[in-house]
Structures are given as C-alpha cells and as structure tokens.
Design a protein around this ligand. Structure first.
Ligand code: 5GP
Ligand code: ZN
Length: 136
C-alpha cells in the first residue's frame, strides 16, 4: 500500500525521479539528497510503513540482506573503508521522513563526519533495573 502524500512512496515507486542505485519489486535504493558522505544512500521499501514498528518481518529481514549487497558495492566502487547503517524511528530519534528507510553511509579514512554519540554512564543498579523493565 502507498500512503497519500508520502514523498518516499512516490520516489520508491518511480513517480518522482531519483538517483537510483538499485530497483526490484520490493525496494528502491537511492542517493540521499543531502549526503553526509559520498555515496550516502537510502534503502526504501516500495510498500509504505511509517517505521520499523510497522514494517512486516519479511521486509525487515530483506532490508539487511540488501544493505549488505549495497555495502559490498560501495566498497568495490567507491573504495570506502568503513560503513554506517543508520535507521531512525520517530521524531525523538531524528526521523524526518515517516516512510521506513535505512541509511547506508560509506565512510572514508579521516572523513571527519560524526555519526557517533558521546557515551553516557549508568550504575550496575540502573542497568539491572532497565534490564528487568525490558524483559521481566
Ligand atoms: P531521516 O532523518 O528521516 O532518517 O532521514 C531522511 C533523509 O532523507 C535525510 O538524510 C534527507 O537528506 C533525505 N531526503 C529527504 N527528502 C529527500 C528527497 O526528496 N530525495 C532524497 N533523495 N532524499 C531525501
Ligand atoms: Zn510512504
């Protein structure tokens, strides 16, 4: 299903042109319009899902296989020496386009880009409390 007014539905299904790297019946992979690094790409499922929570499991597992294929292509063609997979869900997590997508970001030696966070801290008791909250 497509979602009315969703820009990534339109791009994924070819209604709006894009710099396409890969296309099949389930996915389109495009270059990000605002790349953080050369080759920054987005994996878009053709069926609309707002985010990971809405994504069917079968598509979710195909996404990682496709990400691996794209990673290999980037390494071979762009000679990147590292790669980030980034996938934001919800505004609190920085998602700005509410159609599930995975960022595939090639990285280069000393490219100066920052995707990493500054580590926080937690006591053993805090870690145990959150572990219980999640699984018990
Ligand atoms: P998010 O913050 O939701 O994880 O990432 C959205 C990404 O989509 C951003 O990196 C942004 O540059 C990219 N983007 C937004 N609109 C368009 C568009 O119309 N075409 C392409 N190719 N990328 C887009
Ligand atoms: Zn959509």
């Amino acid at each position: 299903m497509k979602k009315e007014g969703c820009i990534f539905c339109k791009i994924a299904n070819g209604e709006i042109p894009s710099k396409t790297l890969y296309d099949d019946e389930k996915f389109r992979v495009i270059l990000d319009l605002g790349p953080i690094a050369k080759g920054h790409a987005l994996i878009l499922p053709k069926e609309h899902a707002d985010d990971l929570y809405e994504l069917p499991e079968e598509i979710a597992s195909d996404v990682l296989i496709l990400a691996k294929k794209m990673a290999e292509k980037m390494k071979e063609r762009l000679h990147c020496v590292g790669l980030n997979l980034v996938q934001n869900n919800g505004e609190a997590a920085g998602q700005t386009v509410h159609h599930f997508h995975m960022h595939v970001i090639p990285r280069y030696r000393n490219d100066g880009r920052k995707i990493n966070w500054v580590p926080g801290s937690a006591t053993e008791e805090e870690l145990e409390a959150v572990r219980k909250q999640i699984v018990e």
